[in-house]
Design a protein. Sequence first.
Length: 261
Amino acid sequence: MISRPAAGALLAACAALHPAMTAPASPISNEDVVRLAAAGETDESIVQVIEAASSTAFDLDPEIVVELRRAGVSDKVIEAMRRASSRARAQPPSGPAPALEGALEVAFGPPAPGLPLRPPTIPAAGQDGAAVAFAFYLACATPDHVPEGWLSSPLAAELPRHHMIWFFDEARPVAGAERRLRLELPASRLLPLPAGRHALLAGLASREGAGPWRLLAAAQADLETAAGSASRLTLSLRERRGGSPFAPGYLCAVTSAGPDP
């Protein structure tokens, strides 16, 4: 199924560290995960290695996922592989934006002055009991900015052709609220963007188990970035109370968009 000669020695070293294993320095692959499962490591230990890896090289095409299950890799581990792949695809470069690029600061605030900032939450399990994942997305639909591999975006089936600028799915249990998740979004995030006009798409998405990502809320903003300077996009994310606990309704609104003051 998968071939990488160096993986044998790598996984032997990982398996020798029990119960805590360290992530390999080179990208962790399907073969690495299969060898760990075959060595009898627990799902928790394998997930720990995946989450600690500095980079990943997973192949999660549907037919490959079938082979992974046949090789003894659990759905819990496969979902951890999916999350790691999503983060790797959407992770922006670290450090300041290059001199020939513009920059975009994304900030989150309340819907209006004086109102509290109330981050949206979502049930941790769907109606069929499957684990729920929760994410914020920011994409650009300007045709010149769409990469050839845009179909690898987690929202390829939901959004028009786009470049996924930021996909954030680090949801955590809500303190004091049983079986609910909340996105641990930073107050703001600086992202490098090519200078030019951008048709931005932002909002919330969720998925149940290994199913596809589905949009929960969406907003649009046209914004221009200039080389060597920053623009700012401020968003309000809200959960509308009432209704079904599995479909309470979510709102994403653009509060402001323009040059960074």
